[in-house]
Design a protein around this ligand. Structure first.
Ligand SMILES: Nc1ncnc2c1ncn2[C@@H]1O[C@H](COP(=O)(O)OP(=O)(O)OP(=O)(O)O)[C@@H](O)[C@H]1O
Length: 226
């Protein structure tokens, strides 16, 4: 589902005397259907940089990121913005530890939006959003409130529900359990296991060793030439 070939990324800090940070050097990675690969390496080894590149948030200086999108392969390094948006809408789900809250939009609406965007009926979207929020222990009295005042853990669970509302073929998870307690981490682990069982290819960053050991089929060592 994902084929990363010889990706390199150097950040140039223009406002700090043009200092150059070479973060990824010839990184290569393949992820198959139903597999969860966990990026592993010390702080600063480039885990987030690689994950963001897989969502085309960062543009590598060289290399290729081939994504299986329906019946075609798209290289996110070369693809025009329109294609990147199409791939994100249908193929790649992104769950970070932070929710981008939008004033006055209820938690339920935030969660169901990606599925609505694919043309699914509002009733079906609302029903699926409610199921996910229930599984993630977000109390029902919060569903119709805007999440801007929610606790960190509540916001994170709304974000996770939003990331899992569409059965994306690819999921990118950036520390999805960072501020969750054991019960809620277990609910997220279950969602990940279910996604793998339906064939999703998953790449994640998990600092929590217990969660990592549960979900990882393979660790991808960062900073080691592959
Ligand atoms: N947008 C950016 N501009 C400049 N430098 C950046 C940028 N993003 C990341 N870096 C640098 O790239 C290096 C790798 O950062 P990255 O966040 O990918 O590491 P990480 O392995 O995810 O670390 P952590 O485990 O601490 O989150 C760091 O030295 C960081 O300062």
């Amino acid at each position: 589902m994902i084929r990363v070939e010889n990706v390199s990324k150097t950040f140039v800090l223009h406002q700090q005397n043009g200092v150059r940070l070479s973060v990824l050097q010839n990184a290569s990675l393949e992820v198959n259907k139903g597999e969860c690969v966990v990026l592993h390496g010390h702080s600063g080894s480039g885990k987030s940089t690689l994950l963001r590149s897989l969502y085309a948030n960062y543009l590598p200086d060289q290399g290729h990121i081939h994504i299986c999108h329906g019946d075609e392969w798209v290289d996110l390094v070369q693809a025009p913005a329109r294609k990147v948006l199409e791939v994100r809408r249908a193929t790649i789900g992104w769950v970070s530890q932070f929710l981008r809250v939008i004033p006055r939009i209820s938690a339920l609406d935030v969660v169901m939006q990606p599925l609505l965007d694919l043309g699914v009926s509002r009733e079906a979207c609302a029903a699926k959003a409610a199921r996910l929020l229930t599984r993630l222990n977000v109390p029902e009295h919060l569903w119709h409130l805007a999440p801007s005042t929610f606790s960190g853990g509540e916001q994170q669970r709304v974000n996770i529900a939003r990331g899992f509302i569409v059965d994306y073929p690819i999921l990118l998870l950036d520390e999805p359990t960072a501020s969750l307690d054991a019960k809620n981490s277990a609910a997220v682990v279950e969602l990940i296991e279910q996604a793998k069982a339906r064939g999703a290819a998953i790449v994640g960053i998990f600092h929590d060793a217990t969660v990592r050991d549960r979900v990882a089929d393979r660790l991808h060592a960062m900073g080691v030439p592959s």
